[in-house]
Design a protein around this ligand. Structure first.
Ligand code: 1PR
Length: 559
């Protein structure tokens, strides 16, 4: 039989890799039984999720031994993310679970004191091998498709630190904060990337193509093994992400459209007759997502904003949108809205974990949880901050990894004249006084797309969600949404200080300067916008050019 095989052990989004291979014109088969591994002429292991669950699944499916044999046979092997980590002896993520023990060493947790963890976003690789001894030419393009200084998409909390012992295995390293880790391993028939080539735009597709075209096997001649030890730079080359957000709902004609509200009201202004206008229609979700990918968005987020209505799981309209989008969009996709336990009309219950699983299998890399996170935190606080283990956040993070769980927060400002009037909520001073001149405020969390306020503040929400295992915060602001007046910097600064996980600033972007301000004044990892992109008022590329001119690192689109 032979051919290219993909090892899917059911832990996350492997559809994207399959789509990338289709896009490159390659046929492949899924590994369905241990013998398939030995049948393969080429094998890709796109590991996602946690180290322990991945390696335990390999063992329970009897894949571990054939996999070792396959790698030993000298046939080309490509490992991605956990597919790289699994080759080591073990990981701090699950200290009691052994790896495949092909490469010496242990995968380690990033130091969280100087940076957000997970390391989520686009970072630069630095090739350490020289082409020859005479000049300083380090491996350039065409060596496994990896180009010096290109940024690729990473998402992980654990990594393999670069050490002398691992020199012979190392093709490229990456710096995150003050730590240098191995981002590409290459020796004999083994090529592994810590980043996700299938999510790294055209630059990533090049890496995959190179492996498929047979550059996976390169003998390690001495001229290729000269290692330049990577130096720790004063600042890493981790870029700020620009995210395009698509709020999706059914319009009055029954079509799924991208819409956009002003302070969450998505209907056209009414004419004073008391009758609401039509739902604003700003385009078709799949087409718009593709446009943003081509224009340089670093990530795309879909929010199903009518998710509070019940719908049979298999009919979720966003599943089809994700499937179609992931065929042509090779950057990370997040889906939000309706990630909670759902009951089909016939009474069948699906857990939030099942719902999330459907989305991951359809092409999502992350799910974002809104209302359900608020309810979970209310219970957590009422239960003296004891973790129950059964919330959507915990179950999805446990199965798919923290990096797959985003918390979408929909807060609104509540002004108070003294902390005593904030009912125990976390109060911050504001430079934008309230209607009665109040100089203090707190941010109230809402559910159901802002329709209902709850007795919980944003500070409580984000710290609790981090403790429950969430991997990122998508911080909207109802007061700022659709206003084009800039991000709510006071809110964002406060949240950024409260958590160690990455924060995405959202709501209010109107001009290029707003992105600069939010990155400089709050140090968030990403900024999201909707209206200005949909209405073509500010192109993504001009945001990036503006930031680049001001020495803020952003990703260039590599064709
Ligand atoms: O509660 O888990 O089912 O999730 C529902 C999701 O839908 C939440 O993420 C919530 O934010 C979102 N949502 C619900 N109703 C609306 C609405 O607008 N009526 N959209 C809504 C939230 C806010 C952002 C927007 C930014 C940037 N939209 O997504 O894209 O504010 O906009 P701007 O750049 O134009 O200012 P659940």
């Amino acid at each position: 039989m032979g051919g290219l095989y993909l090892l899917d052990y059911g832990a996350g989004n492997v559809r994207s890799l399959a789509n990338a291979l289709n896009r490159l014109g390659y046929d492949f088969k899924w590994v369905k039984k241990p013998e398939d591994i030995l049948e393969a002429d080429k094998l890709i292991f796109p590991g996602v999720g946690a180290f322990g669950s991945a390696t335990e699944l390999l063992t329970s499916k009897n894949y571990a031994e054939p996999l070792k044999q396959y790698i030993k046979s000298g046939k080309p092997y490509m490992g991605i993310c956990v597919g790289l980590q699994a080759l080591f002896h073990g990981s701090e993520e699950n200290p009691n679970v052994p790896g495949l023990c092909i490469i010496p060493g242990t995968v380690k947790l990033f130091n969280k004191t100087d940076k957000a963890v997970p390391h989520m976003g686009w970072n630069e690789v630095f090739c350490v091998r020289r082409i020859n001894e005479v000049n300083e030419d380090y491996l350039q393009d065409n060596h496994h498709g990896i180009k010096q200084g290109t940024v690729y998409y990473f998402v992980h909390s654990y990594a393999v630190p670069f050490t002398d012992e691992l020199k012979e295995w190392t093709l490229a390293t990456t710096q995150y904060g003050k730590e240098i880790f191995i981002s590409v391993i290459q020796k004999d028939n083994i090529l592994c990337t810590q980043f996700h080539p299938e999510k790294s735009g055209y630059a990533g597709l090049k890496v995959l193509r190179s492996f498929l075209q047979g550059e996976g096997i390169v003998s390690n001649t001495s001229r290729q093994l000269i290692i330049k030890n990577p130096e720790i730079l004063p600042q890493d080359r981790f870029t700020k992400r620009i995210i395009a957000c698509l709020d999706v709902r059914t319009n009055d004609q029954g079509d799924l459209v991208v819409t956009k509200g002003d302070q969450y009201d998505v209907r056209e202004c009414n004419d004073g007759s008391g009758v609401s206008g039509q739902v604003r229609n700003l385009g078709k979700p799949v087409d718009l997502a593709r446009r943003y990918f081509e224009e340089g968005a670093d990530e795309i987020t879909f929010l199903n904003i009518t998710s509070f209505r019940n719908c049979p799981l298999t009919d979720l309209p966003m599943l089809e949108i994700l499937k179609r989008t992931s065929e042509t969009v090779f950057v990370p996709l997040t889906i939000g809205g309706g990630i909670r336990d759902v009951i089909d009309p016939d009474g069948k219950l699906h857990s939030a974990l099942d719902v999330a699983g459907e989305y991951f299998r359809s092409g999502a890399d992350k799910v974002s949880i809104g209302s359900d996170a608020v309810y979970a935190v209310e219970k957590y606080l009422a239960n003296d901050k004891k973790l129950s283990g059964d919330t959507a956040i915990e179950t999805i993070a446990c199965a798919y990894g923290s990096q797959a769980v985003v918390i979408s927060v929909d807060p609104r400002r509540v002004y108070v004249d003294s902390p005593a009037n904030a009912m125990g909520h976390h109060v911050i001073p504001t430079s934008y006084p309230g209607p009665k001149g109040e100089t203090l405020c707190w941010y109230q969390c809402t559910v159901k797309g802002g329709r209902e306020g709850r007795d919980i503040d944003v500070h409580q929400l984000v710290t609790a969600c981090e403790a429950m295992g969430a991997g990122e915060i998508l911080l909207n602001c109802m007061d700022k949404d659709g206003t084009n007046s800039g991000y709510d910097l006071e809110l964002i600064q406060d949240v950024k200080k409260a958590v160690n996980i990455p924060v995405i600033a959202s709501s209010g972007a109107g001009r290029e300067e707003h992105f600069e301000k939010v990155f400089v004044e709050t140090n968030v990892e990403a900024a999201l916008a909707a209206g200005i992109f949909h209405r073509r008022e500010v192109p993504i590329q001009s945001v990036k050019n503006y930031l680049k001119e001001r020495d803020i690192l952003v990703r260039d689109i590599v064709s």
